[in-house]
Design a protein around this ligand. Structure first.
Ligand SMILES: Nc1nc2c(ncn2[C@@H]2O[C@H](COP(=O)(O)OP(=O)(O)OP(=O)(O)O)[C@@H](O)[C@H]2O)c(=O)[nH]1
Length: 431
């Protein structure tokens, strides 16, 4: 079962679509902006906090290493003056802010400075105690090295943590940007597809229908659109189509009436003459033969007088039918006027024309004309004049057929006379 179609005004449809598009656009813009802010914040954090912290830790690591190195120098039995300058440098390093700010490094630096000052004084007094001082120095040197390693590792971790965080933010931003693009792109495609289906396609079909209407071709069916504006155009076209069909039918009716006799529905004299002229020209051009005939009912006036004009009309209709049936399909025939008929028999020899006219005469004589109320007319007869189509054309042949008809009437009616009458008299007297 098909669902009933919902009608949509295109103005609502496009307003809604435009509003959705704007919302979607604003939403994705906000999302992109938000992601950008996050990337910026992560970068800023790295520049303002992480990098200085790393520098501080690296400096601390280097200072610790320097202290360990100073210790090695003091205990290497260098000259006293050199040990003094080393201790001076050590004093400076141990009070460096990077060391003082560190909870483990500050006491360790203090401890190292005191130890080495003490060792320097002792070695100045007794250089042979160096081995003992070197042994006591080892734990302090290890602590300095370990702390320096820890600090450097911490600096490396800080760097990689921040880089990790930044890369996560960037990849999340990239994913969201991709999704936003897909969403906007998908929506735009859906909108375009809908525009094509609801508006463009119906308009193309309307265009095809209008073309077909204009060219009088087979008009394709118009499917009913859901968009009301398009639908109203479709309705107008359907109404126009209906009006054109009716006009065409009226036109055909009028054309038929203009070309045919209203009573017998045979072609009228003017139409017959047009068609016969054209056929004559083509026969003359191709060297074809033809026979022209004039047929006139005998004593027809009596039917009118003795019965009624309406009865006369009825008889005329039946005679026209018998005449049409007696001749061949391609023969031209018309009601020439009153109870007189004309015909043109293309490709017919005088003998064939005569035979066809005889068939008409016999068929008419054999026909029973019954009137209303059981009344029956006496048999009707017809006189026929024939003339072969000569080089002088149709008018001449018709005039000769008319002369032959006159001869047939004069000769007693109910007969066929061929002009010019051969010696053996083609005319057939009534039985
Ligand atoms: N009912 C009817 N009568 C018509 C029509 N057209 C002509 N007639 C009649 O046909 C008759 C022709 O009469 P006539 O010319 O004397 O010919 P006829 O009586 O057939 O005699 P012949 O032709 O000499 O044999 C006239 O009475 C016309 O009124 C028509 O359309 N309907």
């Amino acid at each position: 079962m098909s669902r009933p179609r919902r009608n949509t005004r295109s103005i609502w449809f496009f307003s809604l679509a435009a509003a959705l598009f704007v919302l979607l656009y604003l939403g994705t813009s906000w999302l992109i902006d938000h992601q950008q802010q996050q990337v910026l914040a992560a970068t800023q954090r790295m520049q303002e906090r992480t990098v200085p912290e790393i520098v501080r830790l690296q400096r601390l690591g280097r200072n610790l290493e320097q202290m360990r190195h100073a210790g090695e120098q003091v205990l290497a039995l260098a000259p006293a003056s050199q040990r003094q300058s080393t201790l001076l440098l050590l004093n400076l390093v141990s009070h460096h802010p990077s060391l003082q700010a560190h909870p483990q490094a500050a006491p360790l630096a203090e401890q190292v400075f005191h130890f080495l000052t003490e060792a320097d004084a002792a070695l100045s007094r007794d250089p042979s105690s160096v081995a003992d001082w070197r042994q006591r120095w080892q734990p302090l040197a290890r602590q300095l090295s370990q702390l320096a390693d820890e600090v450097m590792t911490q600096a490396a971790h800080l760097m990689s943590e921040d880089l990790d965080r930044l890369s996560k933010v960037v990849s999340r931003a990239r994913l969201q940007l991709l999704l936003s693009m897909l969403l906007v792109g998908g929506f735009s495609l859906a909108l375009l597809a809908s525009l094509h289906r609801q508006i463009l396609q119906p308009l193309r079909q309307i265009h095809q229908v209008l073309l077909a209407l204009n060219q009088h071709g087979r008009v394709p069916e118009l499917p009913q659109s859901r968009v009301m504006e398009v639908r109203s155009v479709e309705s107008a076209i359907t109404a126009l189509q209906q009006a054109m069909r009716e006009n065409e039918s009226v036109r055909q009716q009028l054309e038929f009436q203009a070309h045919h006799d209203a009573l017998t529905e045979l072609p009228n004299r003017r139409f017959f003459m047009d068609q016969a002229q054209r056929l004559t020209q083509s026969l003359q051009a191709s060297g074809g033969v033809a026979v022209v005939g004039m047929a006139d009912l005998d004593f027809f006036k009596r039917v009118n007088d003795e019965h009624s004009h309406a009865a006369g009309d009825d008889v005329l209709r039946q005679c026209a039918h018998i005449l049409r049936a007696a001749l061949r399909a391609d023969d031209l025939v018309c009601r020439y006027g009153g109870e007189e008929f004309a015909f043109l028999l293309p490709h017919a020899s005088p003998e064939l024309g005569h035979a066809l006219a005889e068939r008409l005469r016999h068929n008419l004589a054999a026909h029973v004309f019954s009137l209303g109320g059981g009344a029956v007319l006496p048999p009707m007869t017809v006189s026929v004049g024939l003339a072969p189509l000569g080089p002088d054309g149709l008018e001449k042949a018709l005039a000769e057929a008319d002369q032959a008809l006159y001869q047939a009437k004069k000769g007693g009616r109910n007969q066929v006379v061929l002009h010019p009458a051969p010696a053996s008299a083609v005319a057939t007297a009534a039985a």
